[in-house]
Design a protein around this ligand. Structure first.
Ligand SMILES: [Zn+2]
Length: 305
């Protein structure tokens, strides 16, 4: 079915951004999986960070996913996020929008109705059966919306905050996600992507200690589920581990905390550099540049460029 046929078959009129994209996110993820590379997912909460991701994707001539969690959506605006991505697509960029870590069906519906390309129903803190029930509900809504919206489910605890931490959160999974349980989860929910615990963790450690990623476990889960793996909490893992997990089946890698740290440091430099400046775009510019540089590094690393 062509994109136009898919749209015609839909019950709702999709937002303009859907028409403008060069490929669908599903095609981009499948393509990455075939090439054993990963697409970068970068969190933003304002238009400066957005532009940094956009310019980096443009410079690398690669697709990228812009992520906004519930908190980031509240800061930026759900429709504002869609409008920014739509503007980039109008320039011919393959930029996609993901509703990162969404905890309720109402927020899933809000993001899908607004035109997001993908959503993550994050019910990994709930017992297995309840996680499956909530995830199934998200999948049902996405399938009925009239567009091809990808749904990602989460299995395994990897902490929740994109922050600088003194110690790993007490509730993270030390045993990592079980491939057989992941297979059941995938089969019974109908999700398109799965986010497991494989040594990854949200946030970074103040000590600078890095989190080793278990590429073998990624491969086992990719095989048992037949799904592309999404690696969350990428900040704070070694570069060679990213390459290994992408080869093993991680088609999407999330980076947030590293970008937040770089943005803040850049703005601090900007304030020092221009102590009397009140135009935000002048003292924020070094923050934006720092984010752009880092996003470019990750896009190249994940994309094997
Ligand atoms: Zn995450």
């Amino acid at each position: 079915m062509t994109l136009k046929q898919k749209i015609r078959a839909g019950r709702t009129v999709p937002p303009a951004c859907y028409y403008l994209c060069m490929q669908t996110l599903r095609e981009v993820i499948e393509d990455a999986r075939g090439k054993r590379i990963a697409i970068g997912h970068f969190n933003i909460s304002d238009s400066y960070q957005f532009r940094a991701v956009k310019e980096a994707a443009k410079a690398c001539a690669m697709p990228a996913i812009v992520g906004v969690s519930e908190g980031e959506r509240e800061a930026l605006g759900v429709h504002e996020a869609v409008a920014l991505v739509m503007a980039a697509r109008a320039e011919g960029l393959n930029l996609f929008l993901n509703a990162d870590h969404t905890h309720t069906i109402d927020k899933i519906k809000e993001a899908i109705d607004a035109g997001f390309d993908s959503v993550i129903i994050d019910a990994s803190h709930l017992p297995f059966d309840q996680n499956m029930a909530l995830t199934r509900e998200a999948v049902a809504y996405a399938r009925a919306c009239g567009r091809d919206v990808l749904v990602e489910g989460e299995l395994g605890m990897i902490g929740s905050g994109s922050e600088v931490l003194d110690a790993p959160p007490a509730d993270i999974d030390k045993d990592f996600t079980d491939p057989q349980q992941a297979a059941q989860f995938a089969r019974e929910t109908g999700i398109d992507l799965i986010a497991p615990a494989v040594g990854n963790m949200h946030g970074v450690l103040r000590s600078g200690a890095q989190q080793k990623l278990d590429a073998k476990r990624v491969e086992e889960i990719a095989q048992s589920t037949g799904l592309p793996i999404v690696l969350h909490g990428g900040s704070g893992s070694p570069d060679e581990d990213f390459v290994a997990v992408a080869k093993a089946g991680a088609a999407e890698i999330h980076i947030s905390t590293d970008l937040r740290v770089a943005y803040r440091k850049g703005i601090e430099q900007g304030l020092q550099q221009f102590p009397d400046e009140v135009a935000p775009y002048k003292y924020i510019a070094p923050g934006e540049q720092a984010v752009e540089k880092l996003v470019e590094k990750f896009i190249k690393l994940f994309g094997g460029i």
